[in-house]
Design a protein around this ligand. Sequence first.
Ligand SMILES: [Zn+2]
Ligand SMILES: [Zn+2]
Length: 357
Amino acid sequence: MEGFSVGVPEAVCLGASLALSGICYYLYRKSRTTVDKLDDAPHFTVDGKLKDILKVTPGACLQYAVIEGAVQPVGEPLTSHFQKEIAGVLQKFMLTQQRLVWNGLSSTWTDSERVLHQRVNTVPFVLVGSDETAVKVLCPLQASGVHTEITHEKFHQVNYGFGDIVGQYLSGEKIKGQLETEEMLKVGATLTGVGELILDTDGVLNLRPPSNSAQYFLSITDFDSLRRDQESVAVWWRALTIASALAGASVLLWVGRRYYCHLKVRWEQEQERREFERMQAEAPRAPAAAPGPEGLQDAAEGRAENACVICLYRPRNCILLDCGHVCCCHTCYQALPRRQCPICRQNISRVVPLFHV
Ligand SMILES: [Zn+2]
Ligand SMILES: [Zn+2]
């Protein structure tokens, strides 16, 4: 790799695409594993037989199982702050500031939001099956999946005067208003739960986050929709992995092509040097002077007018064609950044040795 180096932008692009494809691949594997585990999870109906099944299972525990039942609170349910007739077991209240932020790169205003206040309330609840058998749901806040629905949404717009508008343009931030939302998991909703099913010593059925690092799900959609959503996440990560790996491969190809061109130029120079030396050796007369220390000696003896215009000490020993200028030594000719005559800038098509009579 002598004389060849990988540029900083190339190294940065290569490193970034390799790192990105590594992260995307990791996330793809993770989401794929989640889909596989969902496929392997057995489905159970919440009824009297479920306790019997768990009693004969080692440890009275099923590591990953799917159940479906209606949400019922264990004690008093929560009531919506905005619609008193709505009762639920999980309530999320959020106040966000909606704003537009000036993006200097794309020269556009882009939407942005900031959470000003967030509050989550839960009460213990169970999933009830057809025959009043109940499964207690533990740690619902650790669960993924859509398990709440919006029960209230209100946007409070902010009105500004002329001075405020000018100030916003100068600061690059426009506040649109505040959005107030309330989401609830309603009493009576049909909920799909995927997690560890265990019969505790008091004979109570519990659904809790799996201890084998599988993902815990609670969803108000059915199991097929839940699985489809996870599958599309895996497909998305796979597409991103392929795209970033392709970007990395194209940077590698680009560097490889540059290296090939560099090798080709060096090989051509080597061929030319050998040809030049062969012509010098086959000449009927002795060359004007041998390069190196003897040339330096000649220059010292006052033959500066014959010295190469570039290094100023070796004798001129080549004719540049087609212009015909005799101005440099062969070593300096080979070091020229472009194949152009240093005197007249004409392109050099060939170079031949110079002989004195
Ligand atoms: Zn020279
Ligand atoms: Zn010339």
